[in-house]
Design a protein around this ligand. Sequence first.
Ligand code: ATP
Length: 233
Amino acid sequence: MLSVSGLTVDYGAVRAVEGVGFEVGTGEVVALLGANGAGKTTTLMAIAGLRRIASGEIAFEGRALAGLAPEEIVRLGIGVAPEGRRIFAGLSVAENLALAAAIVAPEAASERLEALLARFPILRERYRQRAGLLSGGEQQMLAVARALLPAPRLLMLDEPSLGLAPQMVDRIFDLIVELKSEGITVLLVEQNVARSLEVADRGVVLANGRVALAGPAAELRADDQVRAAYFAA
Ligand code: ATP
């Protein structure tokens, strides 16, 4: 479904990602892992069209994404819930969702919105409240709901569990499993490696902007290098 090859991204003179390649198959959950600064967020941002790529190719369902604007990439079926949630704190939950609904055909928008409010009842309860007043977990639900509004076939989540209370972390990982069962493909960036590899089919480990290791989640869970880096007591 998604094919990334030779992806290289620079921030000025700093090369953040170099020659990264991986595939995400339809219906899979793929975890993109690695230490702080490994290039995970940069990779997601490049796929979403939010970061210019220096070289390499990104194709979604056979279509090259190079040069497309972020809205066009959303329209093709890729949603992103970015790191730090990036919701509009001063706007209400309703207004945040309305902004995302703007690219959805008006006939479909109200039905999609209703389905999302049924999935995330807390957002219905807080519908008229300012998004900045929501808890971290509720804000994350809003960020995910916003990304789901245009009915993406591929959902990219950047550190969705970061800073959340344990119960909310459980909710996020349950949600990923739910979305997968509904046929949504997920590319997940997470620092919670153990939980990610429980829900993922495959994992790709980045180190210093390159792919260090990739394989089935079960294999990565058993891998000595991964265990040493992430599961050491
Ligand atoms: P984290 O978990 O800390 O977000 P990450 O794996 O997502 O890490 P990136 O955020 O993609 O990593 O960063 C990759 C590299 O690019 C790092 O060396 C980082 O310092 C650098 N970098 C990221 N954003 C910028 C920026 N806006 N300007 C300059 N360098 C940046």
